[in-house]
Design a protein around this ligand. Structure first.
Ligand code: SRM
Ligand code: SF4
Length: 592
């Protein structure tokens, strides 16, 4: 089990175009179920891990990085480049207790160079700049409070995302429970994590099995997202597997299943593309965990293990066609795949501000700029949130828009929340423009080894300038998604946004237009390699056109789609036009 069936004839086209598995496949297969040389490496005095252990460490939620600002300096001064680590804590559906939140806050004080941490677009938390000597302490602490980093990264099921709002209705409750069940059912079974980080006695490898993944794990990352028709806060079409819950007569009867979504593409590789997931059918509630396992098993067996750039479920689905994929799914499933249930268009919710939970209590969604929980300059998100959580003891939930919800508040708590936000100069959601409220930016420089351009560090200015351009034209009355990334990997899911700025090279961005908040339509490439300082000017004629010709309340993406889209609408978006861009050879390691 676990080996790719290279050249299998199940799909209309054989997938494996090269015959030799990648080096990463060998590393995984030789790792003795993700042990590698990590135990010894943690004890040696080297500041970093060797490249094989770096690959294994990803499955434990740990990425070796370096401060890319310091790279040039090291080159000039001839000093060695110092590695450090990013630790990703997996938080299914983003749900935390107050104590877990405060433990992360404290841990950041202890092991993170700037004492901050960051909410991710998959409802996780990342701690950046951790020293190797502090890794074991950090991971122990995370586990002591009932959290884990296992599967935060690596070629396994990643964090399961789901609507985070603590609404006491059937749909939200059932999907949050399902996210947790899926996380457990698809977690690697190896004892390696507990042995290395938590001091468990080494198990007898001969008797240890990875029943779902096999010895070589999946060919690459695998992502599951859950949504409700009235709450697609996770971009369900961008997931390898998306489940849209169907609630009938107050019961979750099952879910419509989507397969083969994904946002990553590579410049100069037109055969790589972003793709919206395709409808597979409806599955009844008792079989939803099994459904994701069946799809993961298909990816395990048919995903490309010879070329990591071509190794995502979306390529299997696109190349086989959904009919062939469905036939194979049905041949593996022990339960029926039924007809898709019509539930109407998906709606996006961000849950910022205050909302009744439906049980007499309230939730308050706090806007966190780029998910960065940090005390920095005038705004003090870290102190504000610590004060809120310490004083009010809410449950906490992270959103896939990098924000944070405080749950289970009483009505009397609500003014206190706003007082505390004001005291720390945190903008209240109702005072944000739509463009700022929905904007997302990835970390990019200086931590991300794949960044071609800045993202988070310039996003504030970019939002400021678009905010001015929209306000000057009276175009600030509709929600709008502006998503920025430092490279085409798509970590903020930019290819389904109204407006996306995707790093092409230092200081330059490709501009995409035509998606929308619901994430159900792909944007298209509108302008290539636009200098940062020209972005607004380049788009001004288009904004004028939108102002003149739009329907009442028509958003930018909808307007673009109705009036200006050049390409025939498709479910995939290739990087073909970006072929000319120069991707440094170290910008896309094959084992990311
Ligand atoms: Fe991502 C790689 C950050 C969500 C597509 N992503 C990376 C790495 C780990 C860079 C690396 O491999 O060395 C980035 C770490 C930067 C840093 O310094 O923190 C990184 N990705 C992020 C986060 C933190 C962005 C954020 O602003 O929050 C998100 C963490 C999610 C999590 O908690 O698990 C994040 N990444 C995504 C998403 C969105 C999603 O999952 O909903 C995508 C697009 C969806 C998809 O997977 O198709 C995404 N990240 C990628 C890719 C391209 C994958 C592909 O199929 O081509 C890479 C590169 C790779 O894997 O080779 C990547
Ligand atoms: Fe890094 Fe690119 Fe992801 Fe941004 S989009 S975090 S630059 S991999």
């Amino acid at each position: 089990m676990g080996a790719a069936k290279a050249g299998s004839s199940v799909g209309p086209r054989a997938l494996a175009r090269k015959s030799k598995p990648t080096d990463v496949e060998r590393t995984k297969g030789d790792s003795r179920h993700l042990r590698g040389g990590l135990t010894a490496a943690l004890l040696d005095s080297a500041p970093g891990l060797d490249h094989l252990d770096q690959r294994v460490a990803k499955f434990h939620g740990i990425y070796q990085q370096e401060d890319r600002d310091g790279r040039a300096l090291a080159r000039v001064t001839g000093t060695a480049r110092e590695p450090n680590f990013m630790v990703r804590v997996a938080v299914p559906a983003g749900q935390l207790t107050a104590d877990q939140y405060l433990a992360l806050d404290e841990l950041a004080e202890d092991v993170v160079y700037n004492r901050g941490f960051r909410v991710t677009t998959r409802q996780d938390v990342q701690l950046h700049g951790v020293r190797k000597a502090d890794l074991a302490r950090a991971i122990r602490r995370i586990n002591e409070v009932g959290l884990t980093t296992l599967g935060g990264c690596g070629d396994v099921e990643r964090n399961v995302v789901a609507p985070p709002a603590p609404i006491r209705d059937t749909g939200h409750r059932a999907l949050q429970a399902l996210a947790s069940d899926l996380a457990q059912a698809l977690a690697p079974a190896t004892g390696a994590y507990r042995e290395i980080w938590l001091g468990d006695t080494p198990s007898d490898l001969a008797g240890e099995e990875e029943p779902l993944y096999g010895d070589a794990y999946l060919p690459r990352k695998f992502k599951t997202g859950l949504a409700l028709p009235e709450d697609n806060s996770v971009d369900v079409h961008a997931q390898d597997v998306g489940l849209i819950g169907v609630v009938e007569a107050g019961e979750l009867t099952g879910a419509n299943v989507l397969v083969g979504g994904g946002a990553g593409l590579t410049h100069r590789r037109p055969e790589t593309y972003a793709r919206l997931a395709s409808p597979l059918g409806f599955v009844a509630r008792p079989y939803l965990v099994e459904t994701v396992k069946v799809v993961a098993g298909m990816f395990r067996d048919y995903g490309d293990r010879t070329d990591r750039r071509h190794s995502r479920l979306k390529y299997v689905v696109e190349e086989w066609g959904i009919e062939a994929f469905r036939r194979e799914f049905e041949s593996r499933a022990s339960f029926p795949l039924e007809e898709w249930v019509e539930t109407g268009p998906l709606e996006h919710r961000d849950w910022l501000g205050c909302h009744p939970q439906g049980d007499g209590r309230w939730l308050y969604g706090v806007y966190v700029e780029n998910g960065r929980i940090l005390d920095d300059g005038r705004r003090r998100w870290k102190s504000a949130l610590r004060t809120l959580v310490t004083t009010l003891r809410p449950r906490v939930a992270f959103t896939a828009q990098q924000n944070l919800l405080l749950a289970d508040l009483s009505e009397e708590d609500l003014p206190k929340v706003e007082q505390i936000l004001d005291a720390y100069r945190i903008p209240r959601p109702d005072r944000l423009s739509f463009v700022r409220r929905h904007a997302l930016a990835c970390p990019a420089l200086p931590t991300c080894g794949l960044a071609l351009a800045e993202s988070e560090r310039v996003a504030g200015e970019v939002v400021d300038s678009f905010e001015r351009a929209f306000a000057a034209r009276g175009l600030d009355d509709v929600p709008l998604t502006l998503r920025m990334t430092g490279c085409p990997n798509g970590c903020t899911r930019p290819y389904s946004a109204d407006l996306a700025l995707v790093g092409r090279k230092a200081g330059h961005y490709d501009v995409y237009l035509g998606g929308g908040l619901q994430g159900a339509r792909l944007a298209e490439l509108y302008a290539e390699s636009v200098p940062l300082e020209r972005l607004v000017a380049r788009l001004e004629p288009l904004l004028d056109d939108w102002q003149r010709r739009r329907l009442p309340k028509e958003g930018l993406g909808d307007f673009y789609d109705r009036c200006l889209r050049r390409a025939l609408r498709r479910d995939i978006l290739t990087g073909a036009k970006a072929e000319a861009s120069g991707l440094p050879s170290d910008a896309r390691p094959d084992d990311a």
